[in-house]
Design a protein around this ligand. Structure first.
Ligand SMILES: NC(=O)c1ccc[n+]([C@@H]2O[C@H](COP(=O)([O-])OP(=O)(O)OC[C@H]3O[C@@H](n4cnc5c(N)ncnc54)[C@H](OP(=O)(O)O)[C@@H]3O)[C@@H](O)[C@H]2O)c1
Length: 289
């Protein structure tokens, strides 16, 4: 975390550890390392967001790693404790107050890349016809579609003021009309991701004149639940149970967060104006909306 200068860190590692536990969120805005771009990531405490944080931090970028519960973000805090270029900020993307507070804290500070990664995918049994949970529709739209829009609007001037001017949002093939195939399930998730696609496509057209690039990327089917590490006989997480025979038979390819994020980082590095406002797979293929 950036709260202590490097020398002090080396002198008082125990103090740093205690401070990190007591106050995981920085009081000051992250200071960008000279000449290094800045990335802000939502939902950076686990899964793909944590891996984005690792990979951009390893490249020396200034990473503003946001999470709705910094106190519980053990892995993220351990990562930030060992690096000067990662700062943790509290952010629930459904909260007007938290988004406004973050935007105020970083007002005037360029953010080269905003990654809207946070999302909600609830268990399958609440997303099947006959068992649909309408409260889950509300939450899915609030987190998956409206949340990224709220964060993007609040930080738009930070992105506009930066060198790279990129907004990247994690979409899902599950939200694509063109890729819709049986099994037709996941109603709230699919609908909220489809709405997200429309919002980001619209945004791309709106901000093109300012030179801002807007990418929507499907990360692939990514093993953020540790399924690839299961030992024979170990039960998979409930949401993967139905997929396991297909995964084991090699009919569905699960990729690791490391593999997915490395490919997306490369894609984002090379993002072109022609790709802005399109839906991209992590490997660079264009997908249908
Ligand atoms: N994994 C895949 O195969 C896959 C496939 C297609 C698309 N995607 C997309 O890729 C992105 C990352 O996926 P993932 O598998 O890494 O997801 P994940 O493991 O389920 O993690 C979701 C992240 O979003 C955060 N989050 C949820 N609600 C939030 C809120 N209101 N405010 C802020 N953060 C919130 C979670 O925080 P908490 O820990 O606090 O809940 C967590 O950090 C998502 O947009 C997902 O839809 C993933």
């Amino acid at each position: 975390m950036t709260v202590l200068p490097l020398g002090l860190r080396q002198l008082f590692p125990a103090l740093l550890a205690i401070m990190t536990v007591l106050n995981p969120v920085s009081g000051r805005a992250a200071e960008p390392a000279a000449e290094q771009p800045t990335v802000l990531i939502t939902g950076s405490n686990r899964g793909i967001g944590l891996e984005f944080t690792r990979q951009y931090a390893a490249r020396g970028w200034t990473v503003i790693a946001t999470t709705r519960r910094p106190e519980e973000a053990r892995e993220l805090r351990a990562l930030a404790a060992n690096r000067d270029n990662v700062v943790i900020e509290r952010l629930d993307i459904t909260s007007d107050a938290e988004v406004a507070a973050l935007a105020e804290k970083y007002r005037g500070r360029p953010i080269d890349l905003l990654i809207n990664n946070a999302a909600l995918l609830e268990k399958l049994d609440r997303q099947l016809l006959g068992k649909l949970d309408y409260e889950l529709f509300d939450r899915s739209f609030a987190i998956n579609a409206i949340g990224p829009m709220r964060v993007t609007e609040a930080l738009l001037e930070n992105v506009a003021a930066s060198g790279q001017k990129k907004i990247v949002t994690l979409g899902s093939a599950a939200g694509s009309h063109g890729l819709l195939n049986p099994p037709a399930n996941l109603y709230p998730y699919r609908a909220s991701k489809a709405a997200l696609n429309l919002l980001m496509h619209n945004l791309a057209l709106d901000v093109a004149k300012r030179g801002i690039l807007v990418g929507v990327i499907n990360p692939g089917l990514v093993d953020t639940r540790g399924v690839l590490q299961l030992k024979p006989g170990e039960a998979p997480p409930e949401e993967f149970a139905a997929l396991m025979p297909l995964i084991r038979a090699g009919k569905i390819r699960l990729i690791t967060p490391e593999e997915s994020v490395a490919a997306m980082v490369k894609l984002i590095d090379g993002l072109t104006p022609a790709q802005s406002g399109t839906f991209l797979n992590y490997d660079g293929q264009t997908l249908p909306w």
